[in-house]
Write a protein that binds this ligand. Structure first.
Ligand code: MG
Length: 252
């Protein structure tokens, strides 16, 4: 069942989401060769707690950390470790925060020093696809209009969209109904309504869309070893026009 949110609830989600966006800014300044993903995780946890939030992922289904740090062919859910980042890597930084019981969730993928032109294009196309999907999240549209638009943009650039993981409703739970796939035919699924809050999060592979989960039970990687990028915003559907992006450091 899709839980519509009141203005007060959306305000709390905006507060949680603002902490997420600000944490991303802090982490992005620290991403460089030689830094460990565990260091980034510790920074993220400290930042979230110092700003009045609770890390949303830590302990979620026994996930051990605040940050999902997914490097290169890791798609999502990478576990922070003593691994050091190298020049030319890309790293997905996915994190969530809770304020007064309400969640915000967001992800960015960033380069570690200079990266190749093709990898630059992967990051650009994935982020663009996310924004194009977000723009579809309007009253009167249907749920699959989001994923259809994302898939079309991604495939137009020769990349592929991951099917095994999808976006989601968000609120008092990190993952609520509805699921928000990043693919599909347009005009299907629920009608979008004012009060729906969604996490829209394309995961895009250079190669084929298939993924597998490693023995650590978390880290999802591309089956073909190709690079993968991930961007995510938490958005609130408005009475008309495009949605409000909650995962931003700007005032709402
Ligand atoms: Mg999410």
């Amino acid at each position: 069942m899709i839980m519509l949110k009141t203005a007060e609830e959306i305000d709390l989600m905006a507060q949680a989401s603002k902490i997420v966006a600000a944490a991303h800014q802090v982490l992005q300044r620290e991403v460089r060769p030689g830094v460990t993903t565990l260091y980034l995780d510790e920074l993220a946890e400290t930042f979230i707690r110092d700003h009045g939030g609770i890390p949303a992922f830590k302990g979620y289904r026994n996930f051990p950390h605040t940050l999902c740090a997914s490097v290169n062919h890791e798609v999502v859910h990478g576990i922070p470790s003593h691994r050091e980042l190298k020049e030319g890597d890309i790293i997905g930084l996915d994190l969530g925060a809770i304020v007064q019981g309400f969640y915000g969730d967001g992800a960015v993928t960033v380069p570690v020093g200079p990266i190749s032109d093709q990898v630059e294009i992967l990051l650009k196309v994935t982020e663009e696809a996310m924004y194009k999907g977000i723009d579809q999240a309007r009253v009167g549209h249907r749920l699959s209009d989001i994923g259809h638009t994302i898939q079309r943009h991604v495939e137009a650039h020769g990349f592929s969209v991951v099917r095994d993981f999808v976006g989601h409703g968000i609120g008092r739970q990190l993952h609520e109904d509805p699921q928000v796939p990043n693919y599909g035919r347009p005009g299907q699924g629920s009608r979008l309504q004012f009060g729906m809050v969604l996490a829209i999060e394309p995961m895009v592979n250079v190669g084929r869309p298939q993924v597998k989960v490693l023995e650590d039970q978390w880290t999802a990687v591309t089956q073909d070893g190709s690079l993968s990028a991930h961007f995510e915003h938490t958005i609130a559907i408005q009475p008309e026009g495009p949605p409000k992006i909650l995962t931003t450091v700007k005032d709402h």
